[in-house]
Design a protein around this ligand. Structure first.
Ligand code: ARG
Length: 456
C-alpha cells in the first residue's frame, strides 16, 4: 500500500480501511488536472526561490512524461496508491528520484484536490457549453423546418390554442439556452484558484498565489484559505444546472413518448432510435426517451446527495468531501449521454404535419379566436367569451366543429359575425394572427434571434 503519510504510524493500515479510504479508482479522472496544477505550482516555487531551476525542470519533465504516458495509454497505474495525488507523486519520485520529493512543498492534498476538482468542472463546463450549443442547433433546424407545422398547444393536457411546432420547440430552445448561460455564469463565479490555501491556513513559504492562479487561467486566488479548501458550492451549483438540463430533457421526453404513441401519432421515431419487445412483435418502444426521463432521477440524486454530504461538515476539509467525485462524474456522464442520444433521436424522428394539424382542428382550439373576433368589433370581451362558449356547446351537441357552423348559426349567436369569421377561425389564421413578440405568428423573428444567439 503506497501512502504519503507513513511517518507517524506504527502499524500497517487494515486492508479494508485502505480500500474504504482510497479514491484512486475514481479520482484517476483528475490526472490531467492534477499534473497541470503541479506544473504551475513548481513553476511558481522556482520563481519564488523555493526550488532551484534545475529541480523545477526535472519535476516538470517527469510530470510531462507521466502525462504523455497516460495520454497514450502506456502509464502503468499502481493500483495500491491511495489516490491520484499519491499515485503521481510516487510515480514522479520513481522516475526522477530525490527532486520529486520536493514537489509537494507548500501544498496540501486539500488545496490540491480543491484545485483539481475546480479545473475539472471548469473543463466540463466548456465542453457542455459546446454540446448544448450543438443541441440548440438541432432545435433551431427543427424550428426552421416546422414554421408552418400546425399543432394544438396544450394547457392542463387539454387542447388549448393552435400553435406551430416551431413555436413549441422554441420554448425548449429558451430553456436549454438558459441552462447554457447558467453554466457560463457559473464559470465566471467559480474561477478563483484555491492553490496556496494549504491544508486550511495557508503556508509559511512565500508562495505567489496570483502567479499560480494566472498560470492556470484563473481570474485570481481565492480570498480565504479556509473557504478555498472547504468550498464545494460550485460543484453543487454545477449539479443543479445539470439537473435543470435533465429536467428539460425529461419534459421533452415525456412529450416525445406521448406524440409517438398511437393516440397522438404526431411523430414516428426512427427504427435506429427505438427498441422492440421480447413478447409483442408489433411493439416499437420509445426507450431512449424513457431512459432519459428515468436518468433524470439519477442526476437529481447526485445533487441531493452532495447537498446532504455538505450540510453537516464543519470547516475546513473533512474526508466526507471525497464523496463529491463519484456523484459528479456519474452525473456528468449521464447528462452528456442523454443530451447526445436525445439529440440523435430528435434529428431522426419524422413529424406528421397532417395528423398534427388535424388534432389542432379538434377540441375547439379556435374558440378564443371566435371571441376575439367579436371583441375586435366592439363587443365587450366578457360577453364575446360567453357567446363563443354557447357556440361551442351547440357544436358539442351536434358533434361538429366551429368551422362547420352555418352563417345563420353565427348570425343567430351575434349579428356582428360576418362571412370572414370562417377565415378568422381557421387553424392557420389562429396561429398566424398571433403576432405579438414570442407568439406563433412571430416565429420567424424568434428563429432569427436564436440564429443570432448561436452565431449562425
Ligand atoms: N481523496 C481526497 C478527496 O477527494 C483528497 C484529499 C485528501 N486529503 C486529506 N487530508 N486526506 O477529497
Amino acid at each position: 500500500m503506497a501512502q504519503l503519510w507513513g511517518g507517524r504510524f506504527t502499524k500497517e493500515t487494515d486492508a479494508r480501511v485502505f480500500a474504504f479510504n482510497a479514491s484512486l479508482s475514481f479520482d484517476i479522472r483528475l490526472l490531467k488536472q492534477d499534473i497541470r496544477g503541479s506544473i504551475a505550482h513548481v513553476t511558481m516555487l522556482a520563481h519564488a526561490g523555493i526550488l532551484t531551476e534545475e529541480e523545477k525542470d526535472s519535476i516538470i519533465d517527469g510530470l510531462g512524461d507521466i502525462l504523455a504516458d497516460a495520454e497514450n495509454g502506456t502509464l502503468t497505474i499502481d493500483r495500491t496508491a491511495e489516490d491520484v495525488h499519491s499515485l503521481i507523486e510516487a510515480e514522479l519520485i520513481r522516475r526522477i528520484g530525490e527532486n520529486g520529493k520536493k514537489m509537494h512543498t507548500g501544498r496540501s492534498r486539500n488545496d490540491q484536490v480543491a484545485l483539481d476538482m475546480r479545473m475539472y468542472i471548469r473543463d466540463e463546463i466548456d465542453s457542455f457549453s459546446g454540446e448544448l450549443k450543438d443541441f440548440l442547433g438541432i432545435l433551431l433546424d427543427l424550428m426552421e423546418e416546422h414554421r408552418t407545422t400546425f399543432m394544438p398547444g396544450f394547457t392542463h393536457m387539454q387542447k388549448a390554442q393552435p400553435i406551430v411546432l416551431a413555436h413549441h420547440i422554441g420554448a425548449y430552445f429558451q430553456m436549454f439556452r438558459r441552462d447554457r448561460e447558467h453554466l457560463l455564469s457559473l464559470r465566471i463565479r467559480m474561477n478563483t484558484c484555491p492553490l496556496g490555501s494549504g491544508a486550511l491556513a495557508g503556508t509559511t513559504f512565500p508562495l505567489n498565489r496570483e502567479e499560480t492562479a494566472a498560470l492556470l487561467e484563473f481570474d485570481g486566488a481565492c480570498e480565504n484559505s479556509i473557504d478555498g479548501v472547504s468550498d464545494r458550492d460550485y460543484v453543487i451549483e454545477f449539479l443543479g444546472i445539470l439537473s435543470s438540463v435533465m429536467m428539460h430533457l425529461s419534459r421533452f421526453s415525456e412529450e416525445i413518448i406521448m406524440w409517438n404513441s398511437d393516440e397522438y401519432r404526431f411523430l414516428t421515431l426512427d427504427d435506429s432510435f427505438s427498441t422492440g419487445s421480447s413478447i409483442m412483435p408489433q411493439k416499437k418502444n420509445p426507450d431512449i426517451a424513457e431512459l432519459v426521463r428515468g436518468k433524470t432521477g439519477r442526476v437529481y440524486g447526485a445533487l441531493i446527495s452532495l447537498m446532504t454530504v455538505m450540510k453537516g461538515i464543519p470547516l475546513a476539509y473533512n474526508k466526507d468531501m471525497q464523496e463529491d467525485k463519484e456523484l459528479t462524474f456519474d452525473a456528468i456522464d449521464t447528462t452528456r449521454e442523454c443530451i447526445a442520444l436525445f439529440g440523435g433521436m430528435l434529428k431522426t424522428a419524422v413529424f406528421h404535419p397532417e395528423a398534427m394539424k388535424k388534432s389542432a382542428g379538434g377540441g375547439f382550439t379556435n374558440a378564443t379566436d371566435a371571441a376575439d373576433y367579436l371583441a375586435a368589433k366592439g363587443v365587450p370581451f366578457r360577453d364575446a367569451h360567453s357567446i363563443a362558449g354557447r357556440l361551442v356547446l351547440t357544436c358539442i351537441e351536434r358533434g361538429c366543429r366551429l368551422e362547420d357552423l352555418s352563417m345563420e348559426d353565427w348570425k343567430e349567436a351575434h349579428t356582428a359575425f360576418e362571412s370572414d369569421i370562417y377565415e378568422a377561425v381557421s387553424i392557420e389564421a389562429c396561429a398566424a394572427r398571433r403576432k405579438t413578440k414570442g407568439a406563433p405568428g412571430a416565429v420567424d423573428e424568434e428563429i432569427k434571434a436564436n440564429r443570432e444567439y448561436l452565431g449562425l
